[in-house]
Design a binder for this molecule. Sequence first.
Ligand SMILES: [Fe+2]
Length: 384
Amino acid sequence: MRELFLFPEVQSYGSFAEFAGDHQIGKHDLIVTSEPILPNFKKDIPQGTNTICVEKYGKGEPTDVMFEELQADAAAAGFDRVISVGGGSCIDISKMLCVADGRNLDEVFEADPSELKHNKTLIVIPTTCGTGSEVTVTAVFDRTRKGTKMGLTSYALHTDFAVMIPSLLSTLPASVFATSSIDALIHAVESYTDAAQATNGSRMFAEKAISMILPIYRHIKDEGMDNRSKYIYEMQLASLYAGVAIANALPSASHAMGYPFAGKFHRPHGEACYVFLDVTLKKYLADVRVDKVDNQQKKDWSNMMQIIASGMGMEGADDEAVLNSMDELLGFICPRKRLSEYGASPEDCIAFGKSCWEQQQRLLSCAFSPYTEEELIEAFKSVY
Ligand SMILES: [Fe+2]
């Protein structure tokens, strides 16, 4: 049994110039970035370094077609190392560039993941504070030819260096800070409760992330969102720790329910998952209270609730009160609405529940306590 998967080397620098000097960035490197981020470090890119902005190939989440066009341009430029400076889409494209080796995405997805090779050095500089993608071995693409969004997990998709340069996040909008960091918190909580895969090691990283993020949120609630910049570095570290947790034990129900909802209403991933976090944790609490889980799980639940209570400054409080306070705090950081206010109909709740049941079993199998299709539909209805 795997106890803990740990990759890569994590570094931090004060500026991109410092990083570029240390790593001797130059003409054999390919920078993959995005248009809003590029002005933050363009002047520090050494002459002759090839730079590609993902927006040239399409907007939004990466697709097979986008990737293949970008890969053709990258191959024409030639490169030994990929330096990814951006959010989740940039990182996923960069991971794939190091593995695809000129093949189209269908060939890569249909290959045996254990046979895939990591052909190039990958340096990831995340510019949000949430996905944790810099430390996971998964890349998600919209496979337009198949009509579905799919994640590929393979050790070949690992990062060689994860580099934190907090100054690159100086222009991160409040809304992106909120939705990306809330995603990191949910990663930590859901990974901690992964009944199938969590280990002492993965829980250690999840615990650290929870115990860093909740106090930061409490400070921001007191000091105002405009003061968030002083917490950026700590939040980046916390999201990296949450990333290590999900590289080992997957997130579950909030993510499973967030996907069909976000797919239809195009809400940011972190917000979509947050819509379902409280209802997920309340189901687990109810299952603990009626003895639907075994003694070990009760212990795990109690440990996690102590971590959350401590992060909330509510040691010793009743679990339900702690979860209600956390939900209220998260609502301050990332305002969310009821499904009806997003435009959903009662029929959507049934359709989402069914789609979740049919397509998200990989995540649902990691839930703290099992779901039925009816419970999923009820969960959607409860936030309608
Ligand atoms: Fe997530």
